[in-house]
Ligand binder design. Structure first.
Ligand code: AHM
Ligand code: MG
Length: 332
């Protein structure tokens, strides 16, 4: 039996790049450690009902935090204190975070601490998503928001952790996509999915169809199309929609399929966040052979202008994403 921990795997990957300083290895190891801390709390989530509701005080007299805020704090503390990141951005914080000892960090971290938070209370999978950039300048003490607002194509690493029936961490440094399953008996993430390649076409479509009335004509026509009977193109596709992006993305990555969060009348620019959700998943998806766009443009080419900016998202198996885009663009 050849057990490979995530730390060992990251080290081995780094050897492929002799010029690498090893910093990225430390960064990813920190992220994996933070994920273990978040996991510990996520699996105890139901116990909040016994130990005290969020927003009240627990038996130790401490205030019980909502799990997403707790995860946010854990990640900031676990990762921020090592001085490897000069600046951080979280979906839960309005502005950038400058961690202590930032003067030694050469990287920026952007993350969504607990994505799919509406699913926490009902035992449905949630996830953590992260994205790493090198600073644009060479003075970490001067790191600023512009280090965070880089195009997705500048990412040096990205990944996510899914807290599901098992806990899985997936990452890329631009050299394929690799997945690790957490073994709670030894406290390690073990290599379980090496070099993930997503199918060119799948059989699932994932979209919140409850918002049908809010979709534009292109999206409505696409939904009619995907449900038509046509064995030659594998239609009708099956619906799969969890409402946790990480879980919907992870399933489609492994089995093939397309996830769409289009513009709606309430979310005219889509709902999902470019920096915390779309960019990291787009990097992973492309590395696995898939495609990610906003319906017109490659996600990784978009120039961000704000930390919390939103984008429509069409992501998954290449052929399926292209079809969805064609409807969005009105060419079908
Ligand atoms: P969150 O960051 O507040 O959890 O929102 C993001 C989530 C995604 O995980 C998911 O894909 C999407 O919102 C679902 O939205 P909707 O309920 O509109 O379908
Ligand atoms: Mg989110």
């Amino acid at each position: 039996m050849n057990l490979v921990t995530i730390e060992r795997h990251i080290l081995e990957q780094q050897k492929l790049f002799p010029e690498a300083s090893g910093e990225l290895t430390d960064l990813l190891t920190d992220v994996a450690f933070a994920a273990k801390l978040v996991r510990r709390e996520v699996v105890r989530a139901g116990l909040v009902d016994i130990l005290g509701f969020a927003g009240t005080t627990n038996v130790q007299g401490e205030e019980v935090k909502k799990l997403d805020l707790f995860a946010n704090e854990k990640i900031i503390n676990a990762i921020g204190q090592h001085g490897r990141f000069a600046v951080m951005g979280s979906e839960e914080n309005d502005g950038i975070i400058i961690p202590p000892k930032n003067e030694t960090g050469n990287y920026a971290l952007l993350f969504d601490p607990l994505d799919g938070s509406s699913n926490i209370d009902v035992n449905v999978s949630v996830g953590t998503i992260f994205s790493i950039y090198k600073l644009k300048g060479d003075d970490p003490g001067k790191a600023s928001i512009s280090d965070c607002l880089q195009r997705g194509s500048e990412q040096v690493a990205a990944g996510y952790v899914i807290y599901g029936s098992s806990v899985v961490m997936v990452y890329t440094t631009g050299n394929g996509v690799h997945g690790f399953t957490y073994d709670p008996t030894i406290g390690e993430f073990l290599l379980s999915h090496e070099n993930i390649v997503t199918p060119k076409t799948g059989k699932y479509y994932s979209i919140n169809e409850g918002s049908y009335a809010q979709f534009n004509e292109g999206t409505k026509k696409y939904l009619d199309y995907i449900k038509e009977e046509d064995p030659a193109t594998g239609r009708p596709y099956s619906t799969r929609y969890i409402g946790s992006l990480v879980a919907d993305f992870h399933r489609n990555l492994l089995t093939g399929g397309v996830f769409v969060y289009p513009p709606t009348t309430t979310h005219t620019n889509g709902k999902l966040r470019l920096m915390y959700e779309a960019n990291p998943l787009a990097f992973i998806c492309e590395q696995a052979g898939g495609r990610a766009t906003d319906g017109r443009n490659r996600i990784l080419d978009l120039q961000p202008t704000a930390l919390h900016q939103r984008t429509p998202l069409y992501i998954g198996s290449e052929d399926d994403v292209i079809v969805a885009e064609e409807f969005e663009q009105g060419v079908r």
